[in-house]
Design a protein around this ligand. Sequence first.
Ligand code: HEM
Length: 538
Amino acid sequence: GAPDTVSATGRGGGGAADVRAQNGGYLTTAQGARLPDSDHSLKAGPRGPVLLQDHHLREKITHFDHERIPERVVHARGAAAHGVFRGYGTAGAVTRAAFLAEGVETPVFVRFSTVLGSRGSADTVRDTRGFATKFYTTDGVFDLVGNNIPVFFIQDAIKFPDVVHAAKPHPDREIPQAQSAHDTFWDFVSLHTEATHHTLWNMSDRGIPRSYRMMEGFGVHTFRLVNAEGASALVKFHWKPRLGVHSLVWEEAQLIAGMDPDFHRRDLADAIEAGALPQWELGIQTFPDSPEQTFQGIDLLDPTKIVPEELAPVQPVGLMTLTANPTNFFAETEQVAFHPGHLVPGIDITDDPLLSGRLFSYLDTQITRLGGPNFAQIPINRTHAPVNDMLRDGFHQDAVHGGVAPYKPNSLDGGCPFFAGGTEHAYIEHPTPIAAASKVREAPASFADHFTQPRLFWLSLTSVEQQHVIAAYTFELSKVYEPAIRERTLGVLANVDPTLCAEVAAGLGLPTPEPTVALPQAEPSPALSQLGAEWPAE
Ligand code: HEM
């Protein structure tokens, strides 16, 4: 059963089809009774009433009536592929994760997605893209559930329902379908200015990728790696596409959304079928696991911050190749369930408060979306490692568990001790000290700088890219009905860059506000001052 085979054609070879699903030479009922006819209901005479006793009719229609499951609450629209990841062995000094060792090949399943649109929405809308990878390692499943943008809108998961409510279609008319200018989105991001960095990336060409094959991927949060000696390092994960990073221009994105709403999923499937197998290198930026968890003044627990690659180069640790399209969209792409808490020995989490909330949210939503607690048994979600758990019963239980004592220790079923040897367990958390503290509902002071890094990003762009950002803000804000929201957003842009603000204001026919914070230029952060001339202001 586990879907790890690779087809030569790329079509229908990714998931080894479950032989239980379709078998035998004749059409049957679900119970295996052979059927002579599936086109005519059983009736009292050719023109008479349909009979309730027609089991095949009732079974066929009842099953159809229940074919739909809820779409994901976010990232509903996606496309996926099977592939293989090969470790380079270069991460050995910082992690004992077995799948990163030299030459080790691990099957993977990758799902790309838009965030806000529903399952049937267009691919080329301006939005963040999900980039989620499931590694079926010999130590269990590791999920790297990332995006194509290296920062996030919010710093604390408790705001996630709020930002999604603001960004999804308006509750009265359910317009727009995907992220584009609308009052609630701009209301939220202008009131919660930690969203400025992510929003600026969205308004840049990164918000309208040319192809899933040409996107970077980012783990966003800082993770903790632990090596064979038990020493730890903090890291950020990066996927670098072999084809480079490319975007559409806005006019192309709009036209394609109408002419071929399936543009990105078609591009991915066609490329794989044609043998143009997409590849990404996985890389890590590493930082000392210091008690303050900062690097060059940048708070590593703040998911609205990057660490510039000039300060911490991305070191390649392996290569992923997508080799096969799914056999069945529903069984694989729709039912796959990623979780940032699916970790293997050598990889651990940090106290990023956004990550902490995610660790709760994914399993919780999947219990609803996939109809109960047993979705780890669905073929696409099955680990390739042996499973010996004490999880029992529940909706859609597929396993026939032996034994009488699903608890440990027990004196009835014998055997199966806890894993005692070596360091190869998962979930032996690195003994990070926690400072004595009182319970508080507040963010650290270091989370308060919302503008230094947006400005860093803005200054890193070429003048053509900057023009695209100006055009995007002007277009999106021109659709905002409430004048106060437009003006407040201009106030945010004034704190990023005077030119950006003035150009967008001019495009909207509004006055240019003054900044309310000292621009980083005047008081360079340690990170900015180190960058010096490498980030030219064009
Ligand atoms: C789904 C990424 C923050 C809740 C997803 C998916 C990705 C993703 C890639 C789609 C997975 C798939 O293809 O099936 C991220 C990233 C985040 C982030 C990179 C921030 C760094 C959050 C937060 C929450 C959240 C803070 C909630 C507290 C969800 C939920 C789903 C989801 C509920 C749907 C999962 C499902 O139905 O299987 N996210 N997300 N995400 N995310 Fe996030």
